[in-house]
Design a protein around this ligand. Structure first.
Ligand SMILES: C[S@@+](CC[C@H](N)C(=O)[O-])C[C@H]1O[C@@H](n2cnc3c(N)ncnc32)[C@H](O)[C@@H]1O
Length: 237
């Protein structure tokens, strides 16, 4: 089989898998998680439709190994592994969420391509990934305490500033070609050197795919640098 035929077949398989997964209603999918983590799904976990779209964008843009920054109950990683043949790793600072994510990944038989590390992102080695996913991971720091997931980790404005700064540095240090998908952003601007490749409004926000084209901070004029607020059409297949 030629490489092209193999890629065409892979793409067709992704489309079939994605269309099957996309039809699963969120409340149905969330049954894979313990009741306490189901209840906060609408607010804290990526909806199925958004996760499928993000996973397809990663696959179509050539990513192979994706880090979900603040992976929660693992919904993005598990759906990504179901809908594509990519590898997803989640880093999550709450031990109980990591445990729930690992159990759910086993339930869906994707534990080999959806794995989870118990760590804070600022203490995690993010090299070895060619793509990152951010679903507003640090926003909880700015919530009133009654709206947080629990009180098992440090939360607050100081933590927020630290984590956002670290995420920016991570993106700044990432190699050319790195893909980043954001949904509700990450609290900061995607650094210069990335261009907005696709954007589509889904659910409560725009899903955006950024690709790094240059290592230097200043724009060299080769590609337009756009703000996180800019939009372009990028209909999800
Ligand atoms: C909005 S949820 C998104 C969960 C998952 N990415 C998804 O899309 O379904 C953000 C998650 O990030 C985690 N988180 C926040 N700050 C973190 C940090 N510094 N290191 C690791 N995890 C973090 C929270 O515990 C929470 O589970």
């Amino acid at each position: 089989m030629t490489e092209r035929t193999e890629n065409d077949m892979k793409r067709a398989l992704h489309q079939v898998m994605a269309s099957i997964v996309r039809r699963i209603p969120d409340d149905r999918f969330d049954r894979a998680f313990p009741p306490r983590w189901r209840a906060c799904s609408a607010r804290h976990w990526t909806p199925v439709e958004v996760a499928v779209c993000a996973a397809l964008w990663f696959a179509e843009s050539g990513a192979r190994r994706i880090l979900d920054v603040g992976s929660g109950v693992g919904k993005m990683c598990i759906i990504g592994a179901l809908a594509t043949d990519l590898e997803f790793v989640g880093v999550e600072h709450r031990a109980s969420l990591v445990e729930a994510a690992r159990e759910a990944a086993e339930l869906f038989s994707v534990g080999d391509r959806a794995s989870f590390a118990h760590a804070s992102v600022d203490g995690f080695d993010a090299s070895g990934f060619d793509a990152f996913y951010f679903y507003n991971p640090f926003g909880e720091n700015l919530h009133v305490p009654s709206e947080s997931l629990d009180s098992s980790v440090e939360l607050g404005h100081e933590r927020y500033m630290r984590d956002v700064r670290h995420a920016k540095e991570m993106l700044r240090d990432a190699p050319v070609g790195t893909r980043v998908v954001t949904y509700h952003g990450f609290g900061g601007r995607v650094p210069k050197g990335y261009f907005l490749d696709r954007a589509e409004r889904i659910g409560t926000d725009a899903l955006r795919l950024w690709v790094k084209y240059h290592t230097d901070t200043p724009n060299d004029g080769a590609k337009p640098v756009v703000d996180d607020d800019d939009r372009s059409d990028g209909a999800c297949a």
